[in-house]
Design a binder for this molecule. Structure first.
Ligand SMILES: [Zn+2]
Length: 64
């Protein structure tokens, strides 16, 4: 009977491949960043790797 528990542990999927996650390039620092859970709903709109880069972005719409 104890053999069954051992089998269940063995079958646990442990490996997650990061390569499966989508990757984008930050518009501010130019570094690639990987999909995050918090971006699940807004991934199409995400353009920056972090809040910091998002704020450092140059203001658009103004003729500099
Ligand atoms: Zn960035």
């Amino acid at each position: 009977m104890s053999a069954r528990f051992a089998c269940d542990r063995w079958m646990m999927p442990k490996t997650r491949r990061k390569a499966d996650l989508p990757v984008k390039t930050c518009a501010t620092c130019g570094r690639p960043f990987t999909w995050r859970k918090k971006w699940a709903k807004v991934w199409d709109e995400v353009r920056y790797c972090s809040e910091r880069c998002r704020r450092e972005r140059k203001p658009a719409g103004q003729s500099a």
